[in-house]
Design a protein around this ligand. Sequence first.
Ligand code: 3HC
Length: 286
Amino acid sequence: MAIERAGVIGSGLMGSGIAEVLARSGLDVVVRDISDEAVAAGRARIEKSFDKGVSRGKMTEDERSAALGRMAFTTDMAAMADRQLVIEAASENEEIKKSIFAELDSIVEDESAILASNTSSMPIIRFAQATSRPSRVLGIHFFNPAPVQPLVELVTSVLTAPEVVDEVEAFVSGVLGKEPIRADDRPGFVVNALLIPFLFSAIRMYEAGHATKEDIDTGMVKGCAHPMGPLRLADMVGLDTCFYVGQSMYAETGDPAAKPPLILSRMVDAGMLGTKSGRGFYEYGG
Ligand code: 3HC
């Protein structure tokens, strides 16, 4: 059965980006967050991105209106009842995510619906076990900015049914036009298992005063052809997200490379969350 009705839980940076990708691919999308303010901010982010798409000639005015017309924004979880695919993109907090999965399990009516998490590093099996249908649960992990990055990691728990992964793989490549890779349900999956130690090394290098933040970033951009340097990338991912992902990887593996640097913890406590708060390693206007 073709997936035509999707839901996204969370309208933050990733949730709104994922919802945008789904709507632009022709799906009917319901986006749910916990407060009117969060929902309005998510909607505004998507509208701004569509406006940018129109002004850069990537979509027409008609396509913009059609995509927005396919989207609904709500604080009501009951709106997920008729969804065939729901992607959870709430903040990286295991208890919150588990309770979302338990709630979805009781609300989503179609037993063949797929319940997915966009978690960056948390064990998918724990969310699967919060439901009565663990074989229909998997990780569908997008990369920031979701409308731009082609990759999607498909994370299978030990209980995910093989046909569910096959179905999602065909959907991700055929309908969303993204490039799927498969990953085991291990801390950080493929990409963050490699990326987080790299970002933390750069933060420790800055913390130790080895080089300026600009020189660290220029080093990787000009020396290794990275599209952006690690400190600017950490700002874009969100310093809170980097912190929580590292914390969860470190808790499971004990790998010191995944342990969040002290300065990162202090910056998160200070509300310096990177691009989204206007200040991280760099300052961002507007
Ligand atoms: N939404 C939609 N489109 C966007 C966008 C956004 N947020 N940001 C940029 N774009 C588009 C622009 O419109 C532009 O499109 P065009 O060339 O067709 O006109 C294109 O992307 C390039 O943008 P810019 O010219 O503004 O800037 P850059 O060329 O510097 O690219 C970037 C910006 C795409 C962010 C690039 O620097 C990049 O790819 N950086 C690396 C990002 C990365 O590594 N992401 C993964 C993070 S890890 C992660 O998400 C996992 C998580 O679990 C932690």
